[in-house]
Design a protein around this ligand. Sequence first.
Ligand code: NDP
Ligand code: 8X3
Length: 252
Amino acid sequence: MLHTRIALITGATSGIGEATARLLAKNNFKLILCGRREERLQNLATELTSHTSILTRVFDVRNKEAVVEAITTLPAEWKDIDVLINNAGNAHGLDPIQTGNEDDWDAMIDINVKGLLYVSKAVMPEMIRRTTGHIINIGSIAGKEVYANGNVYCASKYAVDALTKGMRIDLNAYGIKVTAIHPGLVETEFSLVRFKGDAERAANVYKGLEPLKGQDIADLILFTLTRPAHVVIADLVVLPTAQASATIVKRN
Ligand code: NDP
Ligand code: 8X3
């Protein structure tokens, strides 16, 4: 019988993480769903329990102690995490570097970079012990190209790119697969967060083009996770057809 893998998804309360939870639940994965918004996690868990076993963990990836607590207190039957999807993250603000808001800088570096490190550090020991596992980091086209006013968000995603490469090198001896997926424009709550709840400004980001959906990224994650044991997808950039680069977008 096919081994049912355990996947831990950070940022499962919306967007790419939520779509991934839905897809993996229907594809023979047991899921540990993480995020800060407990009610959303509970609702999603309730919905998906007809497909698979679900555990939820509420924590802020910035809180090192909370991350360690969430992972080390997993019940014995959930400890062997096979798949870690480091998805939690956001942009905060879109300002020139000279007038950037330091709280936004802290949020992006603390969540997108340090949070990813804390979660990975907590999950890796069991993967290393079992000499198996797969870590998928969600980067961004912003981690491949810098655009005007993207400065610190881009830096945080360049860091994700570098950390992915570093993980693949350092974990090579343990048979652990490491993948980065770098999306372009995906219509999620991302722009609403970036523009601090300004729904009109957020909607404008996706106006006049057909953006990617969370489901599109979930499909790639599932594809990546279902390659044969000897194959790792190392690095994937995925854009809407209307997008040619971080800044060149064909709009109607
Ligand atoms: P959403 O805003 O829809 O989702 C972000 C997720 O991250 C939420 O589930 C949120 O959960 C979680 N999160 C944010 N901050 C924290 C935190 N401090 N601790 C724990 N969880 C946190 O955006 P997306 O789905 O689009 O974003 C997912 C990833 O994809 C991010 O890393 C983003 O940078 C990346 N990405 C997005 C693109 C896009 O155009 N949308 C393009 C390229 C990359 P909660 O608030 O409940 O904690
Ligand atoms: C999100 C993509 O181009 O809006 O990472 O920064 S972009």
